[in-house]
Design a protein around this ligand. Structure first.
Ligand code: HEC
Length: 146
């Protein structure tokens, strides 16, 4: 095969792969540039660029979507201090969470995935979570993960 064909195949393959999350993001109303920037400024310092988590911070990559499959998980992702106490508006936080879920943990999401809305984030944010670690342990027990 000539190098030119190989290049063409690589390009087509690459674009095909990139389309899937982009479609899911636009269906969820997420602007990936804006969400990525807000993640970088507000979350990345602890969660790392790819969501693997620095030091003792839990890994979101290939995992965080599972929380949406158990009772209380949807509220937890908003009420966890890093989310709830961020300076992001409800709209921006909904967008960042949808972006995290779709770009870092899409295979683990329940189907159909219902994106967070600003109104939903607003409701959850009104209730504070006093013991994130305890809530997390309870959710992991429901997920049968320790
Ligand atoms: C100062 C460090 C820090 C920052 C900044 C931070 N987080 Fe976190 N995050 C944590 C820790 C620690 C946990 C584990 C739960 C807990 O103890 O608060 C966590 C848990 C989470 C979880 C639940 C995942 C799990 O496995 O428990 C989500 C979702 C999350 N953070 C989202 C965000 C988002 C979105 C931002 C940015 C708006 C953010 N975090 C900023 C430290 C941080």
């Amino acid at each position: 095969m000539s190098p030119r064909w190989v290049l063409l195949l690589l390009l087509v393959g690459g674009v095909g792969q990139a389309n899937e999350p982009i479609d899911a993001l636009s269906a969820a109303g997420v602007d990936p540039k804006q969400a990525g920037l807000n993640y970088m400024l507000n979350c990345q310092g602890c969660h790392a660029v790819d969501g693997r988590g620095l030091n003792d911070i839990p890994t979101m990559a290939d995992f965080v979507g599972k929380f949406l499959t158990v009772d209380g998980g949807r509220a937890y992702l908003v009420q966890v201090p890093g989310s709830a106490n961020s300076p992001l508006s409800n709209h921006q936080l909904a967008e960042v969470l949808n972006w995290v879920l779709l770009t870092m943990s899409q295979p683990q999401l329940p189907q159909p995935f219902e994106p967070y809305t600003a109104a939903e984030v607003n409701d959850y944010r009104k209730q504070t979570m006093s013991d994130a670690a305890a809530v997390r342990r309870d959710l992991l027990a429901q997920l049968k993960v320790q």
